[in-house]
Design a protein around this ligand. Structure first.
Ligand code: FMN
Length: 179
């Protein structure tokens, strides 16, 4: 009997805040995936130590790398701090450079901001890093969400246009896994 492996997607939020809008977006995206696809959000980005070449993986770093290895695709959703990617997120990604954990991994990169800019600077920077890490992505793998606060209600994305954009991210990501 042929047993089909379930597609599994890992979400990484660039925000550590308990009521983070970026984490809400990730959770909403997870709920939009087909029901036979599993989705988890990585917990513990704040426990990852500062990266330095030659340093050994800690338990949390190893857990991150295992979560990446077990995922068929990754969705990163991040705020922008001072026109850049939050240090915690960039630091976590730096741990994967030497070991190539994200090489060829399908990704979706999303930024969200309460401002009109949608966190575009962070998104551009994140995309550069994801290119350096050899991830699998295309022109449709990026989404910036401006004025995010007005698009969320009751702990979920409520804006129809944004929900549609998230559905498109899901479809594109699943296409990258197949392709
Ligand atoms: C120190 C600091 C710097 C920020 N810098 C920016 C920025 O450069 N661009 C931007 O769009 N938002 C900026 N913001 C606002 C964040 O986008 C906002 O706090 C966002 O909601 C954080 O995402 P979260 O809800 O997922 O935690 C900044 C916020 C803080 C606290």
């Amino acid at each position: 009997m042929l047993v089909m492996k379930r597609i599994h997607i890992l979400g990484i939020s660039g925000s550590l805040r308990a009521d983070s809008t970026n984490t809400i977006i990730l959770k909403t995206l997870g709920s939009l995936l087909p029901s036979d696809i599993t989705f988890e959000i990585f917990e513990g980005l704040d426990e990852i130590p500062h990266f330095g070449p030659g340093l050994l993986d800690t338990e949390t770093v190893a857990r991150l790398k295992t979560a990446i290895a077990q995922a068929d695709a990754i969705v990163i959703c991040t705020p922008e701090y001072a026109f850049g990617v939050p240090g915690t997120l960039k630091n976590a990604l730096d741990w994967t450079v030497g070991t190539g954990d994200l090489n060829d991994k399908p990704v979706s990169a999303i930024s969200a901001s309460p401002l009109n800019s949608g966190g575009n600077n962070a998104l551009a920077s994140l995309l550069l890093t994801l290119t350096a890490l050899g991830t699998k992505k295309n022109e449709a793998s990026a989404l910036s969400i401006p004025n995010v606060k007005g698009k969320i209600a009751d702990g979920r994305v409520a804006d129809a246009h944004t929900l549609n954009e998230l559905r498109l991210q899901c479809a594109n990501l699943l296409g990258l896994i197949d392709g």
